[in-house]
Design a protein around this ligand. Sequence first.
Ligand SMILES: NC(=O)c1ccc[n+]([C@@H]2O[C@H](COP(=O)([O-])OP(=O)(O)OC[C@H]3O[C@@H](n4cnc5c(N)ncnc54)[C@H](O)[C@@H]3O)[C@@H](O)[C@H]2O)c1
Length: 452
Amino acid sequence: MNENTTAMLDKIRSKKVKVCVVGLGYVGVPLAVASAEAGFVVVGVDVDKEKVSMINKGICYVEDAYSERHLPDLVRAGLISATDSLSDGATSSDILIVCVPTPLNAKSEPDLSFLRSVARGLSKNLAGFKLVIVESTSFPGTTKDIFQPLLERDGKKPEKDFALVYSPERIDYGNAKFGVRNIPKVVGGIDGESTQLGAEFYKAILEAPVVTVGSPSVAEATKMLENIFRYVNIALVNELAVLHETLGVDFIEAINAAATKPFGFMPHYPGPGVGGHCIPKDPFYLVFKAKQAGFPLRLVSASKAVNKMMPVHTIERLGSTLRASKRSLASATVVVWGLAYKGEVKDTRRSPSLEILKLLKQSRAKIRVFDPYVPRVVVGGRAYESGSSEIESVRDADALIIATAHNVFRSVDLSKIRSLMRNLPILYDTRNLRDQRECEEAGFTYLATGRP
Ligand SMILES: NC(=O)c1ccc[n+]([C@@H]2O[C@H](COP(=O)([O-])OP(=O)(O)OC[C@H]3O[C@@H](n4cnc5c(N)ncnc54)[C@H](O)[C@@H]3O)[C@@H](O)[C@H]2O)c1
């Protein structure tokens, strides 16, 4: 083991290293908090001066219960601070963790500009030996073939100037059970000593196991596999849901029955589409890489087509149900409950609700929205303000679409809702939150994804 690695290992074990988290967003803030909670001094770096200022005031702006609970005290205790200067953060720290965005560009291809810019910035600030960890999601080869050469631009060398690791972030935004500290962490370094240092650091901050793999590319491939697994499985149940609606078979009941099989099956549930920051984006990082290798990822492309069809299917089914009672979308008032992409969060990024609003507008329906977490969204230049309550939002409406699995929608009094709506009201439960019999007994025409 070279002497830089030995010295860094000792410093990690005795908590004498300072940690710099680059990118203070949904990933960076919980990671900074977990590192400080474990006893490391942390400096966060962000180009967004407003975020820097909020962190320095102890204000947690990410929706993460763990960070909200601990950040203020850790800032007060001097264990977390923030700066907008990468150079200040990097030169004063021993471990540099990169959590900047990796979005898709207008052509739906990877935009690695944030990652490249940080790698260039770090190469100028590698005075003394540093452990550099990349957490941003990307395709296999990013750390080794793109990030590392940029890090070496100013003549810096692995082993002498830096150790380099890729460790994918696996947090599930809004998940109350699994957060940054209790999700096992996968670590792959450019050499054995990098892997060892990365593993030692994460062992110091996590309560969960650390899994080492043979290279950064394997760790990157692990992240791609996990999110493509979800994307493709959601497409599978979405497609089968639509089929079984036509066949007159309750597919949700079938999923729940299949889930009793103790091996070889993991339930996924259909819905009005796929939203959020990661699942609709990450597969297209690997699609890009695969295309470069002359290998089209047919299953991902087919899944995209199915998942994108779900909001369209939802509105078409609503339209044909209205027509069955001599009404139309153009003459109907439709209420959409839920703007966020999943239950109990306020994040509307790529939410299927937004696509539903777009399609309803194209159909010239009168639209009202309610979301207990989201006061307002703008879709296609039009602003939608959330009503004051779920009850008020349905007054004189013809149809109600439950588009997000917020808990409050599971228990709203159906008779009360029914009494405020027009004749022959339709309840379209795209998330299967309500019981069919209860809806029908309350007087609704009941529609639900995957149910006839
Ligand atoms: N959000 C999630 O649940 C999640 C889960 C797993 C993985 N990821 C991945 O983690 C990465 C970060 O995601 P996020 O959700 O935290 O993004 P985010 O947009 O919430 O935060 C990223 C932060 O980086 C900052 N930033 C941009 N360029 C910078 C630069 N040059 N220097 C310093 N700061 C810079 C931005 O201002 C922003 O505050 C992405 O690759 C994402 O795919 C996200």
